[in-house]
Design a binder for this molecule. Structure first.
Ligand SMILES: Cc1ncc(COP(=O)(O)O)c(C=O)c1O
Length: 405
């Protein structure tokens, strides 16, 4: 008998083992309900609700007119990498050369390049939780093993050096975290980073990957990078990008600053996967980085006001434990006091996944379960939306929670 081709060819183990991005999934569900005419407030997506500042858009238009329509070097236009080097010196007091910068199609690709470049099967990556959803899946995709350092709202969601040290093994390749943090909004202080750096002196084989993409959205005014800590620059990779601080999520531009050997390896990976990021986008990003940051500061002021608003609204809900985020535009309340309860219409909530689905069904508010971020007691709400929507969303959440008994 001849071999017949099955109608459904088997998918790879890699993709079948992979979780769909929980944030994108909730946003998709919210969009679908909206398309059915349902009045949904979407607090699930991680992007500023502001438009890209006009001068950046103008720079992209000019770049197109000037003929920037071709491939760029894989690691980015020299002009953009020079602007990034200037930014790091000016804002972070860190000296890099342009060869240590790799520009990618979003910081998400920077994380991907890095994991592919550094991890062998079985290598461990310590993820202080709550962590950004994609870290976990990208580490796994690269054959790595995520090792989770759990933390609670009582610790302001910040793992201590002891928590991390307890998880370091011979197989630990790097520690990967974001500060300001998605999803908690927590920010590591100078002292906390210094303590972590000091603990790491005993483990020279461990690299730190410091995702600073929310750097500018920081209400403490004090951003610190692990790369600035004594003895750490040569073993730290900074991840940053244009998406959050410049409201450029759709432009897909991120970058790393790292030791040369890591930059070379990331460039090699990227050269076989996507090549360089978009040419005219890179030209505009260079202008954005060299420009006055007033539009960014105005946006951050709005986020700060909304942060205070959402805290005050959520704190009025009886059993909710509310954190006080210092940056980014997310809040990560602990909803576990409601677990084990059932609504009047028969919906049982036993964990954070149930809670996110319940709030979407009952309150028509889209949030994301903390389960996807390594914390199954909390849900993430993005407050990158108008005051009116935040007030409406909080009132609907309060109502939905009040009928859980
Ligand atoms: C912590 C963190 N890192 C990286 C990214 C990726 O950003 P982008 O790929 O848009 O540059 C995000 C986006 O949500 C994020 O929250």
């Amino acid at each position: 008998m001849m071999n017949s081709i099955p109608s459904t060819l088997p998918l790879s183990r890699l993709v079948t083992d992979m979780q769909e991005s929980a944030t994108l999934k909730m946003a998709k569900m919210a969009r679908e309900l909206k398309a059915q005419g349902k009045d949904v407030i979407d607090l699930s997506l991680g992007e500023p609700d502001f438009d890209t500042p006009v001068h950046i858009k103008e720079a992209a238009k000019k770049a197109l007119d000037d003929g920037y329509t071709k491939y760029t070097p894989v690691n980015g236009l020299v002009e953009l990498r020079e602007a990034i080097v200037r930014k790091l010196a000016r804002e972070n007091d860190l000296q890099y050369t342009i060869n240590q910068i790799v520009v990618s199609n979003g910081a998400k690709q920077s994380v991907y390049n890095l994991c592919m470049a550094l991890l062998d099967p079985g290598d461990e990556v310590i993820l202080p939780a709550p962590y950004w959803v994609s870290y976990y899946e990208i580490v796994k995709m690269a054959g790595g093993v995520p090792v989770i350092a759990y933390s609670s709202i009582e610790q302001d969601f910040k793992s201590s050096p002891d928590d991390i040290e307890a998880l370091i093994s011979d197989r630990t390749k790097f520690i990967l975290y974001s500060s300001p943090c998605n999803p908690s909004g927590s920010v590591f202080s100078f002292e906390e980073l210094r303590a972590m750096a000091s603990m790491l002196q005993a483990y020279p084989h461990v690299i730190v990957v410091s995702d600073e993409i929310y750097e500018h959205i920081n209400f403490t005014q004090n951003h610190h990078s692990m790369a600035s800590m004594e003895g750490m620059k040569d073993r730290t990779v900074i991840i940053n990008g244009m998406s959050k601080g410049f409201a450029m999520t759709g432009w897909r531009l991120g970058y790393t600053a790292s030791p040369d050997w890591i930059a070379e390896a990331c460039t090699k990976i990227q050269g076989q996967v996507t090549s360089g990021a978009s040419s005219f986008g890179q030209k505009a990003a260079a202008v954005a980085l060299d420009s006055d940051l007033t539009p960014t500061h105005d946006m951050v002021k709005a986020f700060h006001t909304r942060r205070d608003l959402i805290i005050s609204l959520l704190e009025q809900i009886p059993l909710l434990l509310v954190n006080r985020p210092q940056g980014a535009f997310y809040i990560f309340p602990d909803v576990s006091a409601y677990f084990g309860r059932t609504s009047a219409n028969g919906y049982h909530v036993s964990n954070a996944d149930d809670m996110a689905l319940y709030l979407l069904a009952e309150a028509r508010v889209s949030t994301v379960s903390g389960g996807a971020f390594g914390n199954d007691k909390c849900i993430r709400l993005s407050y990158a939306t108008s005051d009116a929507k935040l007030k409406d969303a909080a009132a609907r959440i309060a109502q939905a929670l009040s009928i859980l008994n």
